[in-house]
Write a protein that binds this ligand. Structure first.
Ligand code: FE
Length: 337
């Protein structure tokens, strides 16, 4: 009898304990994450255990642990990675009225495998001393002869480039986009370097006049505490491509989150995702990451607004992952390093 009581108490204790924690696996590491997690803990009494890993490790870790994983929520950047997690059975579909109301349908998986957390725009950065925005128009235009030896881009192994290419393939097909990618490679001012900060540095140093970047990399440099980094941005302009009446709008990507397939704390995980999309959390995120909030009740930062309003491509984010393998093939075919 006593033994039964002890066992019963132990079970009760462990279930209480389990219901008050949430294990978040993330590859984002912003100071704001910690601030937000503390807010969430205070509000809900649910304790967050954060595991921070790099972008590929966060996926392989959950994958290799299988059913034994302690992960409840995955947070990562790039729709391509979220779709990878979805297609490799790392996530489970969850629905919530709040999540569906806040996140526009093209920025979440339709069954609820993942939801966007922040938005990023992949734009053309240009050296104002060399290029006038009136010369710019579309991504397609960057592959034309007029930009020979003037374009800089990152490597083909970077998710953001794969996702841009995947979106273009989704719209125009592999053949057409192979031609485009070939044109870009032919127009390069230098061999691709890793990371968008390097693209900005290149055009600032006149190694190329145009670069394809996510806007927040420029915003980060502009707000850097190091004066030489701020200086780098003096002559850099931002242009939102594909804004014409018959064009699709500028390519958008997301950071996002989903509930892990073998999560032991699903209810807490949903609560957490709802919190992360609430207007107060989104405001803090927008300020820390220089990204566009997903929650439309929150305004982007003044700096982002100063770059102007723009039409966003409304492609469903799942295509960015769906066509990822095609994008990889195209990159190989055109020898984009
Ligand atoms: Fe990034």
């Amino acid at each position: 009898m006593i033994l039964k009581l002890i066992i019963g108490a132990l079970i009760l204790f462990s279930s209480l304990n389990a219901s008050n924690v949430l294990n978040v696996y993330s590859h984002r590491n912003y100071y704001a994450d910690k601030q937000l997690f503390e807010m969430f803990e205070k509000e809900t009494g649910i304790k967050i255990n954060l595991t921070e890993l790099d972008s590929s490790e966060v996926l392989t870790e959950i994958q290799s642990d299988g059913e034994d994983t302690d992960a409840d929520v995955l947070i990562t950047v790039d729709a391509g990675r979220l779709v990878y997690a979805q297609y490799n059975n790392l996530l489970q579909p969850v629905t919530s009225e709040k999540l569906e109301k806040i996140v526009p349908s093209h920025l979440r998986q339709k069954k609820g495998y993942w939801y966007g957390l922040t938005k990023r725009a992949r734009v053309i950065a240009y050296n104002k001393k060399k290029v006038s925005p009136s010369q710019l128009s579309t991504y397609k235009d960057l592959a034309t002869q007029k930009w020979a030896k003037k374009v800089v881009v990152g490597k083909s192994t970077e998710m953001y480039n794969m996702s841009l290419l995947a979106a273009l393939i989704a719209y125009e097909g592999e053949e057409e986009i192979t031609k485009w990618a070939k044109g870009i490679v032919g127009n390069l001012a230098r061999s691709p370097l890793e990371g968008d900060t390097n693209q900005i540095k290149s055009i600032s140093y006149n190694r190329g006049n145009l670069a394809i970047i996510n806007t927040y990399y420029l915003a980060k440099l502009m707000n850097s505490k190091k004066p030489h980094e701020v200086e780098l941005t003096d002559d850099i302009g931002i242009f939102f491509p594909d804004q014409g009446k018959n064009e699709r709008g500028t390519h958008i990507n997301i950071s996002g989150m989903g509930v892990v397939k073998y999560s032991k704390n699903k209810e807490n995980a949903i609560k957490f995702m709802e919190f992360m999309l609430s207007s107060k959390a989104q405001k803090i995120y927008a300020e820390a990451s220089y990204e566009y909030p997903i929650n439309e009740t929150v305004e982007p930062l003044e700096l982002l607004k100063s770059w102007g309003d723009f039409k966003e491509d409304k492609i469903n984010m799942e295509y960015l992952g769906y066509y990822n393998h095609k994008a990889v093939e195209v990159f190989k075919k055109v020898k984009w390093k």
